[in-house]
Design a protein around this ligand. Structure first.
Ligand SMILES: Cc1cc2nc3c(=O)[nH]c(=O)nc-3n(C[C@H](O)[C@H](O)[C@H](O)COP(=O)(O)OP(=O)(O)OC[C@H]3O[C@@H](n4cnc5c(N)ncnc54)[C@H](O)[C@@H]3O)c2cc1C
Length: 391
């Protein structure tokens, strides 16, 4: 029989993170949002709780869990603070995961223990000023040069919107770069794109001034510049020429994680709206007594529930080793829209207070928009789904 109940270890993890989110994260969310400050103290405690190591084996300092465990944690964090949740999502699924999936044993031993402990963060540098949805249009390039101390990649170019790339604990950024030209069997050529690890502090590599964003104010996002930045040849991550394909597969998984975050945000809006509707009165009774408000909140619950089922399904397929590209794209799209739609409806339930930043629903309203854009826009998800349908 099909059973959609969570197994005990997943349920316990989810409850632990829920408590952590309510007791440790929520009390400082407003301050970090207002100050646009990175929540180092929260990240450090998430590290102690093992959240950054959830899907990695114990050999690399991880918790020996899986990707679904990470998703459950993200849902609980996304409920109260999307900035904190995206810091974890990008830290694990975009920062550390490429090293785990494609790194040599030496690279894994060198980088993963600190990333899995939350003592260090890494960025995922794919997007460029002129290459976002069409990330294959990358212009950043890397050439191999002989030097007196061995062969080095010399990197030139820039990246745009890179999460976790400029914190005090950022250890490196993995970037896609054109490393040559590939001859294809049909006689045509295409860019050879590889991924290279660039440690923070490398001369010529800079995380530029952070963006002034609409939301996710406590998440760290920078443009990056590379001017003759040199790293050893061994910093190539994965097979030369496979960088773009490898990063796209990382994004397939990442969509499950981001869908979980969006589900949490959508659910957070429901929970806050139910509470408020029971407390706020107008025309002599609680606004929750009005069917217009009840239906609005009921519809919000439908969206959150649907988003949860969609990411559970995509994660279950992934863990079972089945194809999950389409389901991950569906989950990402459904959850992103659920978060945005619920945030808009929640602010309506809150009336004027919904427009005041100190109310969590107002923060969700500003934070949720990016869920329809980051890690592939809604249009990109539709392109992937249509392609899988053979269109
Ligand atoms: C806060 C934040 C954090 C981010 N973190 C990271 C990160 O850590 N690493 C990273 O590499 N990137 C990151 N990004 C970048 C993000 O993934 C891109 O912004 C996103 O993929 C869209 O790319 P773009 O901004 O260049 O938009 P564009 O690709 O220029 O798209 C503009 C519009 O055109 C639409 N469009 C494009 N092509 C088509 C098409 N064929 N058919 C229909 N519509 C189309 C898009 O859907 C969109 O609506 C981040 C962005 C933000 C804002």
């Amino acid at each position: 029989m099909v059973d959609f109940q969570l197994a005990d270890e997943y349920r316990e993890l989810s409850e632990t993170v829920r408590e952590f989110a309510d007791e440790v994260v929520a009390p400082v969310s407003q301050k970090h949002d207002e100050e646009h400050s990175f929540p180092y103290e929260v990240v450090s405690q998430m590290g102690e709780l093992g959240l950054f190591g959830l899907p990695f084996p114990e050999d690399y300092g991880g918790m020996g869990g899986d990707y679904f465990a990470l998703a459950l944690a993200l849902e609980q964090l996304g409920r109260v603070d999307q900035s904190v949740a995206i810091t974890l999502e990008a830290g694990v699924s975009l920062g550390a995961m490429p090293v785990f999936r494609f790194g040599t044993e030496e690279q894994k031993q060198a980088w993963l223990p600190d990333l899995a402990a939350g003592r260090a963060l890494a960025g995922f540098g794919l997007t460029e000023p002129e290459a976002g949805s069409d990330a294959g249009g990358t212009k950043t390039n890397a050439r191999l040069e002989e030097t007196t101390h061995g062969r080095e990649w010399v990197i030139n170019g820039s990246k745009e919107f890179i999460t976790n790339s400029g914190t005090d604990i950022t250890r490196f950024v993995t970037v896609t770069a054109v490393t040559g030209v590939e001859n294809r069997p049909d006689g045509t050529t295409r860019k050879e794109i590889s991924t290279i690890i660039v440690p923070s502090g490398t001369p010529g590599f800079r995380a530029e001034k952070p963006y002034n964003k609409v939301g996710w104010n406590a998440s760290d996002t920078h443009p990056l510049s590379f001017k003759d930045a040199r790293v050893p040849e061994e910093n190539l991550l994965g097979v030369r020429g496979r960088g773009y394909a490898n990063f796209l597969s990382i994004l397939d998984e990442g969509r499950i994680a981001i869908a979980a975050l969006g589900t949490g945000a959508a659910q957070g809006c429901v929970d806050l709206s139910v509470k408020y509707a029971k407390e706020r009165s107008a025309f002599g009774t609680n606004i929750g007594k009005y069917q217009a408000i009840q239906f609005k909140i009921a519809r919000m619950q439908v969206r959150a529930h649907t988003a949860r089922l969609a990411y559970y399904d995509a994660a279950a397929r992934m863990l079972a080793g089945k194809p999950f590209k389409t389901e991950a794209a569906i989950a990402k799209m459904v959850a992103g829209e659920a978060a945005m739609d619920n945030a808009r409806d929640a602010t309506q339930v809150f009336g004027g207070y919904g427009f005041i930043n100190e109310f969590t629903v107002a923060r969700h309203y500003r934070d949720s928009k990016i869920l329809e854009v980051g890690e592939g826009t809604t249009e990109v998800q539709l392109m992937l789904i249509a392609r899988e349908l053979g269109l």
